[in-house]
Design a binder for this molecule. Structure first.
Ligand code: NAD
Length: 477
C-alpha cells in the first residue's frame, strides 16, 4: 500500500488542510493500492503563495543555473527508474514494458529536450537600439490527466523550469504516485523552495481553486474538452493565459501501395497502445477500397495477436482500462457502434476470456464505418478501431479532416509525393509519416477542438514566457 497523504508545498511535505483522503485503485486488480490527500482551497492558497514568493527570483536565475537544475533532474530521474516504472504499472495498469519503454522514457525525454533547448534558446534579441526580452510568466498552474502520468507532468514541468516559471501541479487523482516520485526527485536535487509545489486532490477541490486563483498567471491543462472549457472559463475572469491539450480522433491513412500486413500491424498498434487511452490514438483507419478485403484479413490477424492481460506479466502488451467509469464508457461506444450499423469484425462488448477481475476490454475492430457515426466522431479512449474506406486521396483527406478535432494524423505508404500531400493536407498539429515516431524536440498540440498552444522542447518553453519590448535600451554614445 502506498500512503502519501501529504502535500509538497514550499519545499516541504506538509499535512493537507482538508484532513481527507482519496483511495487510488489498481485497475488490473480493482483493489485499493494506496491513498493520497484530497486537497482543498486552503492547500491551493498555500501552494500558490509559496510559488508567488519566489517567482521573481526564479525568473531572474541564470540560464546556466536552470540548465544545471534540469541536468540534475535527468540524473535523479534515471536513478528512480524502477520506482517510476512500478508506480505507473500499478496506478495505470500499464504493462511493465510499456511503463518502461513508453511512460518512463517519455518523461525522461522531456527533461532532456528542455535542458538541451536551453543551449540555443534566445531569451533576448537586439533590434537596433531596442531589446526584446522573453521572461518567465510567473506562477503557472498545471493540471494533468491519468493516461500518461510521467509524460504529461514532465513535459510541463521541464518547460516551466527551463523558462524560469514557478508552478503548482495537480496531477490526476487516479494516477498520483508517479507525480509524487517526481516531487521526491525535485526535492533531492534541490529545486529551490517554492519553485515546485504539488497539491493532490480532485478537480472540484483543487483544480477549481487553482484555475481561479488571482495570483496564477497561466493554466496549462491536459485532459478532456469539457474540463478544458471549465478551466478556460475560470481563467477568463482575470485573463489568465491558457494552454490546453485536449482530445483527438486521429486518422490513420493507409495508401494503396503498402505492404498490407505491415500496414495492418502498424495501424493496430496505433489503436491498442496504452489500451487505446491516448489522445493521439489513430483510431479512424482509412483504407483504399482497392485493398480493403486483404486489409481486413490482415488487420483481424494482427489484432488477434495482441496479448491483453496482467500488467506484471512480461508477455502482456495491453493492460486494463484505467477505471470502471472509463470501462463503461468504452463499452457504451462499442454498443453504439453496433446500434448505428457498423459491422463488428473483431472483439466486441464485454471482457476478454479469463479476465473477469480488472477493467479489461476486448480489442475491437469495426468495419464499414461511416465517418458520421458516433464511433468515428467521438473519442472512445479504448482499443477500438473504426475502418473507413476511400476511393482516392482527395476523398481520404476530406474524411480525415471531417472532425471537430485536429490533434494528430498518420499516413503510411510508399509514394513520397502522396505521403507528403496527405501530411500537408491533414489539419492537425502533429503528423507522422510511416511510423517516424514522435520527437520530444518537435512541437506538440492541436488544431480546432484539440487545444490551444504547443508543448514539448523549445515550443513548450515559449508557453511559459511573456514577451517584453524595451525601446531605447541601447543609447547612442
Ligand atoms: P478530466 O478532464 O476530467 O481530468 C483531467 C484532469 O483535470 C484531472 O487532473 C482532473 O482532476 C482535473 N479536473 C477535473 N475537473 C476539473 C475542474 N473542474 N477544474 C480543474 N481541473 C479539473 O479527464 P479524465 O476524467 O481524466 O478523462 C475523461 C476523458 O478525457 C477521457 O475519456 C478522455 O476522452 C479525455 N482525456 C483526454 C486526454 C488527452 O490527453 N487529450 C487525457 C485524458 C483524458
Amino acid at each position: 500500500m502506498r500512503n502519501y497523504t501529504k502535500q509538497y508545498i514550499n519545499g516541504e511535505w506538509i499535512d493537507s488542510a482538508s484532513g481527507e483522503n482519496i483511495e487510488v485503485i489498481n485497475p488490473a486488480t480493482e483493489e485499493v493500492m494506496g491513498t493520497i490527500a484530497k486537497g482543498n482551497k486552503a492547500d491551493v492558497d498555500k501552494a500558490v503563495q509559496a510559488a508567488e514568493n519566489v517567482y521573481v527570483q526564479f525568473r531572474n536565475s541564470s540560464i546556466e543555473e536552470r540548465r544545471n537544475l534540469l541536468d540534475k533532474i535527468v540524473t535523479e530521474y534515471e536513478n528512480r527508474k524502477e520506482d517510476l516504472v512500478a508506480a505507473i504499472r500499478d496506478e495505470l495498469g500499464a504493462p511493465t514494458k510499456v511503463a518502461e519503454n513508453v511512460h518512463y522514457q517519455m518523461g525522461l525525454d522531456h527533461f532532456v529536450a528542455a535542458r538541451d533547448a536551453l543551449d540555443t534558446f534566445e531569451f533576448e534579441e537586439r533590434r537596433g537600439n531596442n531589446l526584446v526580452v522573453k521572461e518567465a510568466i510567473g506562477v503557472a498552474g498545471l493540471i494533468t490527466p491519468w493516461n500518461f502520468p510521467t509524460n504529461q507532468t514532465s513535459l510541463k514541468l521541464a518547460a516551466a523550469f527551463a523558462a524560469g516559471s514557478t508552478v503548482v501541479l495537480k496531477p490526476s487523482e487516479e494516477t498520483p504516485f508517479a507525480a509524487i516520485i517526481l516531487a521526491e526527485i525535485f526535492d533531492k536535487v534541490g529545486v529551490p523552495k517554492g519553485v515546485f509545489n504539488l497539491v493532490n486532490g480532485d478537480g472540484s477541490g483543487v483544480g477549481n481553486p487553482l484555475s481561479e486563483h488571482p495570483s496564477v498567471r497561466m493554466m496549462s491543462f491536459t485532459g478532456s474538452g469539457p474540463t478544458g472549457a471549465k478551466i478556460m472559463e475560470k481563467a477568463a475572469k482575470d485573463f489568465k493565459k491558457v494552454s490546453l491539450e485536449l482530445g483527438g480522433k486521429s486518422p490513420y491513412i493507409i495508401l494503396d501501395d503498402v505492404n498490407i500486413q505491415e500496414a495492418a500491424r502498424a495501424a493496430v498498434m496505433k489503436v491498442v497502445n496504452n489500451t487505446g487511452q491516448v489522445c493521439t490514438a489513430g483510431t479512424r483507419t482509412l483504407v483504399p477500397e482497392s485493398i480493403k478485403a486483404d486489409f481486413l484479413t490482415a488487420v483481424k490477424e494482427e489484432m488477434a495477436n495482441i496479448k491483453v492481460g496482467d500488467p506484471t506479466d512480461s508477455e502482456t502488451q495491453v493492460g486494463p482500462i484505467i477505471s470502471k467509469k472509463q470501462f463503461d464508457q468504452v463499452q457504451s461506444y462499442i454498443d453504439k457502434g453496433i446500434e448505428e450499423g457498423a459491422e463488428l469484425l473483431y472483439g466486441g462488448p464485454g471482457k476478454p476470456e479469463g479476465l473477469d477481475k480488472g477493467y479489461f476490454a476486448r480489442p475491437t475492430i469495426f468495419n464499414n464505418v461511416d465517418n458520421q457515426m458516433t464511433i468515428a466522431q467521438e473519442e472512445i479512449f479504448g482499443p477500438v478501431m473504426s475502418v473507413i474506406t476511400y476511393n482516392d486521396l482527395d476523398e481520404a483527406i476530406a474524411i480525415a479532416n471531417d472532425t471537430k478535432y485536429g490533434l494528430a494524423g498518420y499516413v503510411y505508404g510508399e509514394n513520397l509525393d502522396n505521403l507528403r500531400k496527405v501530411a500537408r493536407s491533414v489539419e492537425a498539429g502533429t503528423i507522422e509519416i510511416n511510423e517516424a515516431g514522435r520527437k520530444p524536440d518537435l512541437p506538440f498540440g492541436g488544431y480546432k477542438q484539440s487545444g490551444i498552444g504547443r508543448e514539448w522542447g523549445d515550443f513548450g518553453i515559449e508557453e511559459f514566457l511573456e514577451v517584453k519590448s524595451i525601446a531605447g535600451y541601447y543609447q547612442e554614445g
